[in-house]
Design a protein around this ligand. Structure first.
Ligand code: ATP
Ligand code: MG
Length: 471
């Protein structure tokens, strides 16, 4: 009887209540159920709460659930210190130096747990000369933790045990209205951390929600602050964009906001080459599709695609100046990578894979004798072939070449023998090469692949060795 009475009383309003400065949104209003939270995240919030701490799912996961998207991961915010958290869970590891987080492991799932922290008051804050925050590692309470987050939609706390959402910045209403709004004064917040400008672009593109006008407005004026962000962090953010599953929208949005300068510096040039732009757009669409099908995407493949037309241009120039195709290719690759390194710290590990993919392109034209068989055995064949298909789709090389390799890979031995091109053609070209320099400059107008039949036997061996060096 009493239960029923209370139920009726509580059902009627289905409105938010206020606790301190937070609006508390009940399940009835937001509809995010405990069952939508991952196994590990529930274990963590239940475990911490049972030990007497506060614990909430926070950030991207709550936002994504409200937008009816599948969260990438579930982050937890708590008033327990990292040491407290480690005491509660058997398989927990403290990570990070600047701000210590705890990773709690449940089989495959890793749940990131962070202690509430606060923004450091202006007078205590350590900033660089541009106002960028260098230190933000003070513990705080839930309200302070909300205030130091970037967007209102990212500052919602969900309690799985009561199914309530705690909202200090009207993030619930913004999310429902499809708005991405920065918390506080946009000028101050971008100055503290310029990467927030890129996050604004990425999140609005990825979630298909609009950037609030006041959040978007200062970006054009403040974008130069991105120059002071450490390269590793920029690379991180660019990769997040490219691998967001919405890379095409992200890049287009960056471009609209004129933010793409300096991120991948050569993109600026590439947009001006009609073929380059088509190739990049295809590569990005291809990446987005793969991600939507839960296929893996390699960052190296993507960077290789983004930079391909720069490599081609640098290569063409060298060959026109009389350089030998293979040597010119190595120089072109190094030059383009060096230029990128000045902006983005692409790890050397990626360099090797990118170079392999680029170098393989020259070998797809060689369809006589044992060479196609050797190419099939290359560990990067698959990536190289996918790359070739992009080149075909963008109109850089004839579709026929892609179709040939598509068939050759899976063909029977008899069919393969039928498919092989006569050895003579390649030999003749190779013999012709040393006599005069002209073929090199002729080939400079075409693709790398078109010239590859003209390499001398030595160059050919050299190329294979190079290929192996990267294995
Ligand atoms: P994604 O879906 O890409 O993971 P996310 O919002 O969860 O999006 P994370 O980088 O995982 O992004 O960050 C988790 C949370 O940490 C964010 O939701 C936000 O509350 C906070 N956060 C992240 N980066 C910043 C930043 N630069 N400034 C302030 N708060 C940030
Ligand atoms: Mg996240």
């Amino acid at each position: 009887m009493i239960k029923k009475f209370f139920k009726r009383v509580f059902r009627k309003p289905a409105k938010t209540k206020t606790v301190g400065n937070a609006q508390v949104i009940p399940f009835k209003l937001h509809g995010v159920a405990r069952e939508q939270i991952s196994y590990g995240a529930l274990k963590v919030t239940d475990g911490l709460q049972a030990a007497g701490y506060q614990a909430y799912v926070v950030g991207g996961a709550v936002r994504d659930l409200l937008l009816e998207r599948t969260p990438k991961d579930f982050d937890i915010a708590t008033d327990a210190t990292p040491e407290d958290v480690r005491r509660v869970f058997r398989r927990a590891r403290i990570i990070g130096r600047r701000f210590r987080l705890v990773h709690v492991m449940f089989g495959e799932e890793v749940v990131e747990v962070s202690t509430f922290r606060r923004m450091i008051e202006a007078e205590d804050a350590q900033t660089d000369e541009h106002g960028r925050l260098l230190r933000d590692n003070e513990f705080g309470d839930q309200e302070q933790d909300a205030a130091r987050r970037d967007f209102t939609a990212n500052a919602l706390f969900y309690d799985p045990s009561t199914q309530e959402i705690f909202d200090y910045h009207r993030g619930y209403a913004d999310t429902r209205n499809g708005l991405l709004r920065i918390i506080g004064d946009p000028l101050v917040r971008y100055r503290e951390d310029p990467v927030r400008m890129l996050r604004a672009v990425r999140l609005s593109a990825k979630l298909g929600i609009e950037l609030d006008a006041a959040t978007a407005a200062p970006i054009a004026k403040m974008k130069n602050l991105l120059d002071n962000v450490p390269k590793a962090r920029m690379l991180d953010e660019v990769l997040k964009m490219l691998l967001s599953g919405h890379s095409l929208e992200c890049i287009q949005q960056l471009r609209r906001m004129n933010l793409h300068h300096g991120l991948l510096p050569l993109l600026d040039v590439i947009w001006e080459q009609p073929m380059g732009e088509k190739f990049i757009m295809l590569a990005l669409r291809n990446t987005d599709e793969r991600l939507s099908q839960d296929k893996t995407v390699s960052p190296a493949f993507l960077f290789a695609a983004l930079l391909w037309h720069e490599v081609l241009a640098a290569w063409n120039l060298r060959v026109q100046q009389g350089g030998r195709p293979i040597g010119a290719m190595h120089e072109a690759m190094d030059e383009v990578l060096a230029r990128q390194k000045a902006q983005l710290a692409i790890p050397h590990r990626q360099d090797a894979v990118m170079k392999e993919i680029w170098l393989l392109q020259q070998r797809f034209d060689q369809r006589a004798g044992q060479r196609p068989y050797r190419l099939l055995e290359q560990p990067r064949f698959r990536a190289g072939f996918d790359f070739l298909l992009l080149r075909c789709a963008s109109g850089e090389v004839d579709d026929e070449l892609g179709l040939w390799w598509d068939e050759f890979q899976d063909a029977s031995e008899e069919r393969r023998v039928e498919m092989l091109q006569p050895e003579g053609a390649g030999d003749k070209k190779r013999r012709r090469k040393p006599r005069k320099k002209k073929p090199a400059s002729e080939s400079a107008t075409g693709s790398v692949g078109e010239s590859s039949g003209e390499h001398s036997a030595d160059e050919h061996t050299g190329r294979q060795d190079t290929g192996r060096a990267y294995e």
